[in-house]
Write a protein that binds this ligand. Structure first.
Ligand code: WT7
Length: 633
């Protein structure tokens, strides 16, 4: 093997340097051990963390598919993410480097992080938040977002973070579903030079959310906002009170105590509240982060996702902090004020690992090579990708122009449901651009047909996970039946988890993810349900019926295309089409704004009245529409 990294044909081999410093040097033998002795493997990993009390049972499968991990154990994710670092030299290590879009910046050591999180926990406590209560967090990417999440965990409250780009409809729906009594928000956040008016949106949501009693507002932009007396409190006012002390005892919790709810878009419209727990999630996020990104104390880790999504939960907040890493967080847009912003920050802060999405890479690639070339990116040693398949062109640009041909790209396949990486390389592995490579330790994955038979090499099939893992979502908030139905019913006989993705496996055992099999559209790596978009459209007074599909898009991966039947008396015009696009953006959020609205007289449906989205898709792409025998004539 050559000492230098090489790209031979379509296979990339890591350099000797990468291999020499890798945390895991032999994938095959550790994988074999982890599969043959799964519970032992997870025991060994869990023992590397601290526990208030050790578990009795590693895996409790007495109520399949409601698996439980480390039962009998007592922990709190904060014990490992903060507390244990305070007794070591890491107390003075940077936990967070944060930069705001306007250019303001601040850093926090683990010592300071503990102070801020404890203070926030006291404030939440004084607002009546107790163990088990759900706190909704609707924030810009500022340090207080991290503090609020960690403070909830410390108390044993359950956070439900709603992405700051979501609309008041989406926010109030999530508040109602989780029956949350407390909302944490801000007076706004900076995005592309203007203010994202979070408090105004939160006010609209709270009008529709009778469960909310208190709203804590962090001052970020200093713009004037409406404050309702008795309900809304400025965070800085509360923080000035004597009760907001810097000490708060981390609550001892059962390993299976819920840590957070995070909503994913559902096929039937109602979002699904994925529930994750303290014990298993602590183990899973930290182990995946340590082995896949080869994390070292010297690293400066930047996961450029929003904490409002699972990527941010697992790999900005929990996994990296448990590993005692230094985490970078940036508030704003990658190309503001110029397309050099990310590259400038990599040089400025000496970032060693960058983890982002194919959409972000494609978006920055389009500005050309001169922007990154102005900066010294030599601190980078590893790169990562997540959210959708990465196209080879973007992979090569990322590899050559950003990684200078020396940084392996970890293409990690996983889901909100899985809590952490499931199919992913580790740095020593040969890579093939566009493939997420092989299963992570402890996990068996297969590509099967509808009956569960493995399909042939290179053939397309359904992706299944054959075993439970510690990071898995435990249930759907308030709807355990739907959890069973969505993930565990298709292959109930075998007891497998159906991921909802289609994939191929090649002759070397590498997995190639193709895309979603259900009604989920991935736009710029974000997950949107066709049903959410359709119900937003039909809520418009001029619309009688609507269908949404995803079609390939150069930058976004997929874009939303909608087909609308107007009510009688309303006729097609550019104005109405634009109004409908705006309407969806307002109802669901700007990321859901349809690329195109096409006005039609009818929609293809089955005899039972289900819209055949695959027919619309095939027609739009000029492809053969296939078997239409079930189509209503
Ligand atoms: C869906 C899950 C998990 C973090 C972000 C997305 C797609 C995710 C990859 C990848 C190909 C990917 C799948 C999956 N996906 N990562 N590396 N290659 N596809 O989480 O919003 O829960 O979406 O994202 O389709 O099912 P999510």
């Amino acid at each position: 093997m050559s000492k230098k990294a090489t790209l031979e044909g379509n296979v990339y081999y890591p350099s000797q340097d990468v291999i020499d410093q890798a945390n895991v040097k032999d994938y095959d033998s550790l994988y074999k051990h982890s599969i043959e002795n799964r519970e032992q493997f997870w025991t060994e990993e869990a023992e590397k963390l601290e526990w208030f009390q050790k578990w009795d049972t590693v895996l409790d499968d007495s109520e399949k598919p409601f698996y439980k991990w480390f039962t009998g154990g007592k922990t709190n994710i904060i014990l490992n993410a903060i507390d244990r670092h305070l007794t070591t030299w890491r107390k003075n290590k940077l936990a967070l480097i944060w930069e705001g879009e306007p250019g303001d910046a601040i850093t926090y050591s683990y010592f300071a992080l503990n102070r801020e999180v404890s203070k926030f926990a006291n404030i939440l406590n004084s607002m009546g938040v107790k163990k088990g209560d759900v706190v909704t967090i609707y924030m810009p990417q500022i340090p207080e977002l991290m503090f609020a999440m960690l403070a909830c965990a410390k108390i044993g409250a359950v956070h439900s973070v709603v992405y700051g780009g979501f609309s008041y409809e989406a926010l109030s729906e999530r508040i109602a579903d989780s029956k949350s009594r407390t909302l944490v928000t801000a007076d706004g956040g900076w995005r592309r030079g203007s203010i994202n008016d979070l408090k105004t949106i939160a006010d609209e949501a709270m009008k529709r959310s009778p469960t909310i009693e208190h709203c804590i507002v962090v001052k970020r932009t200093k713009q004037d906002v409406y404050m309702e007396s008795g309900r809304d409190f400025w965070y800085h006012d509360l923080a000035a009170l004597p009760m907001a002390s810097w000490k708060y005892e981390t609550q001892k919790l059962d390993a299976e105590h819920p840590l957070f709810i995070l909503y994913t878009s559902g096929t039937t419209g109602k979002p699904k509240g994925q529930v994750h727990t303290h014990g298993g999630y602590s183990v899973y996020t930290s182990v995946t982060h340590k082995y896949v990104f080869d994390i070292k104390d010297e690293d400066r880790w930047w996961c450029a996702a929003d904490p409002g999504w699972i990527t941010g939960h697992s790999y900005i907040i929990y996994g990296p902090l448990i590993n005692g890493a230094t985490v970078m967080m940036y508030e704003g847009a990658p190309n503001y004020p110029y397309p050099h912003r990310w590259w400038q920050m990599i040089e400025k802060y000496g970032i060693t690992i960058l983890y982002t999405s194919p959409t972000a890479i494609r978006g920055l690639m389009r500005f050309g090579d001169d922007w990154p070339k102005r900066y010294d990116l030599s601190s980078l040693r590893l790169l990562g990708s997540v959210g959708e398949p990465i196209n080879p062109e973007a992979w090569r640009w990322y590899y050559e122009v950003i990684g200078k041909g020396k940084c392996p790209i970890m293409d990690t396949w996983w889901q909100t449901e899985t809590g952490g990486f499931m199919i992913t390389p580790i740095p020593i592995m040969p890579l093939k651009p566009g493939s997420a490579t092989k299963p992570f330790f402890g996990t068996e994955v297969a590509v099967v047909d509808g009956d569960g038979n493995e399909v042939g090499v290179g053939e397309q099939g359904k992706l299944v996970i054959k075993n439970p893992w510690p990071g898995m979502a435990r249930t759907l908030q308030g709807d355990p039946d739907r959890y069973v139905k969505t993930y565990w019913s298709e292959f109930a006989k075998q007891g497998w988890y159906a991921a909802g993705d289609s994939a191929r496996k090649d002759k070397d055992g590498y997995f190639w993810i193709i895309g979603r099999l259900d009604d989920v559209i991935k736009v710029s790596g974000y997950r949107l349900g066709t049903a959410e978009i359709e119900s937003a459209l039909v809520s418009h007074p001029d619309v009688s019926e609507a269908a949404a599909i995803g079609l390939p898009h150069e930058l976004k991966g997929h874009a939303i295309h909608t087909f609308v039947i107007l009510r009688q008396g309303v006729s097609d015009s550019k104005e109405i089409r634009d109004a409908l696009r705006d309407h969806v953006a307002k109802e669901v959020g700007p990321i859901a704004r349809p690329e195109k609205v096409t006005i039609v007289d009818s929609l293809p449906k089955t005899r039972s009245g289900k819209i055949m989205r695959r027919v619309l898709k095939a027609q739009s792409l000029g492809e053969d529409v296939g078997d239409l025998s079930t189509l209503e004539q």
